[in-house]
Design a protein around this ligand. Structure first.
Ligand SMILES: *Cc1c(COP(=O)(O)O)cnc(C)c1O
Length: 405
């Protein structure tokens, strides 16, 4: 992979922060956008802006074709069987809430159990808590070991005939742990349960095949795969989506509306896309995925693995630094705490040196509590990061820790 060439696609990487060249290592929160994506917005609003699926005029046709073209690009990206299994949402959070509010509300009640893991992002915890308070089902939590690896024996023990759904992330945003989702899906299905996979951190790093995994639902966000904010994806198996009730009502999702006879709904995926969607964002997401294909996800993940190794090595010499998340299967995330230096202070001071990392609970408070901490520092890598940037980060970190101690 020619990283210099990759970097040319990202104008934001040329900017400075506090008079220093930007070193952007907060990719697990949001990745930067290549020119192809930025230009997609410009082109859309200059040439084809129109509402989709409604008009018969040329612009409406072109906008609809581009929007539906993105659906096919996403289908291919996930290797879903059919384009109607791809639903556009505002992001992973909305996709997970859609499953909870539609499938969950229709299928979960007292005595039922939903298994989530200790690794989950709040967006795969809270929607289930909200619904459980209303529907009276039970949430059980799959524990993790000291490395941040899911305890598969505990998972097997937790699975039972009351388990209706397993909801887990593919890759942990706080630790980088890659979960064995294919094996987890097989075990869930053996017990008659469905599996929902939060792929927000997997989609930028791993080749995903929802059919090979055996995923019933799979969610990811545009802004973490070099695409824009405001758009995400829910993949759902067609037979499941067809049986699920709508979760939001409005335009686009109906077949006929009447005051006299029951209103009827559109076929999937439109049944789940009420109202005018984020047309430009969906089209731009298609461009982002095309960009990923051009570079090659295999090359990207191999490159990120090198960066992670280099960074892990670099920080391992720092006295009092403890890495959280030491799974042998790990994606480009380096989470750590430092004795005698608050994460927040490290984040603020290292920003003064031009380095952007994340500090805080990473929307995974139950996980951090498991490790006895309230916050960590997290550096996370993308295709455009370089070993030189990792060196700058490690040096800056050493300087900042020296100032704080
Ligand atoms: C970022 C993230 C989410 C939430 O995604 P949004 O884009 O904020 O909706 C959910 N799960 C994981 C693992 C994430 O990293």
């Amino acid at each position: 992979m020619d990283v210099a060439r990759v970097r040319q696609d990202f104008p934001i990487l040329e900017r400075e922060v506090h008079g220093k060249p930007l070193v952007y290592l907060d990719n697990a929160a949001t990745s930067q956008t290549p020119l192809a994506v930025i230009e997609a917005f410009d082109d859309y609003y200059r040439r084809i802006n129109a509402n989709i699926h409604r008009g018969l005029h040329t612009l409406a046709d072109e906008a609809t074709a581009a929007y539906e073209g993105s659906r096919e690009i996403v289908r291919d990206f996930l290797n879903a069987a059919e384009t109607r299994e791809i639903i556009f949402t505002r992001g992973t959070t909305e996709a997970l809430n859609l499953v909870a509010q539609s499938w969950g509300r229709a299928n979960l009640g007292p005595g039922d159990e939903v298994l989530i893991s200790n690794l989950e992002h709040h967006s795969n915890i809270v929607p289930w808590q909200l619904l459980a308070a209303e529907r009276g089902f039970i949430i059980k939590v799959i524990p993790v070991d000291e490395r941040g690896v899911l305890d598969m024996d505990a998972y097997r023990d937790l699975l039972g005939e009351r388990t209706r759904l397993v909801a887990v992330n593919h890759v942990s945003n706080a630790l980088g742990t890659i979960n064995p989702v294919q094996e987890m899906a097989r075990l869930a299905h053996e017990h008659g349960a469905l599996i929902l996979i939060d792929g927000a951190q997997a989609a930028p790093h791993l080749e995903i095949d929802v059919q090979a995994i055996g995923a019933d639902f799979y969610a990811f966000s545009g802004h973490k795969v070099y695409g824009p904010t405001g758009v995400g994806v829910l993949y759902g198996r067609a037979d499941l989506l067809e049986a699920m009730p709508p979760w939001q009502g409005g335009g686009e999702m109906i077949a006929t509306v009447s005051f006299d006879v029951p209103t009827t709904f559109a076929a999937i995926p439109h049944k789940f896309e009420a109202g005018t969607p984020a047309v430009a964002e969906v089209i731009a997401l298609g461009c982002a995925i095309r960009w990923i294909h051009e570079i090659g996800l295999k090359h990207i993940s191999a490159w990120e693995e090198r960066l992670l190794e280099h960074a892990t090595e670099g920080v391992s010499n720092i006295e009092g630094l403890r890495i959280l998340g030491t799974s042998p299967d790990k994606a480009g995330v380096l989470s750590f705490v430092v004795e005698g230096a608050h994460s927040q202070d490290i984040g603020l001071l290292i920003d003064q040196l031009g380095v952007a990392i994340r500090t805080g609970h990473h929307c995974a408070q139950p996980l951090l509590h498991r490790f006895g901490v309230e916050a960590t520092c997290r550096a996370s890598f993308a295709a455009y990061n370089t070993p030189e940037e990792v060196d700058i980060f490690v040096e800056a970190l050493q300087r900042v820790i020296g100032m704080l101690r």
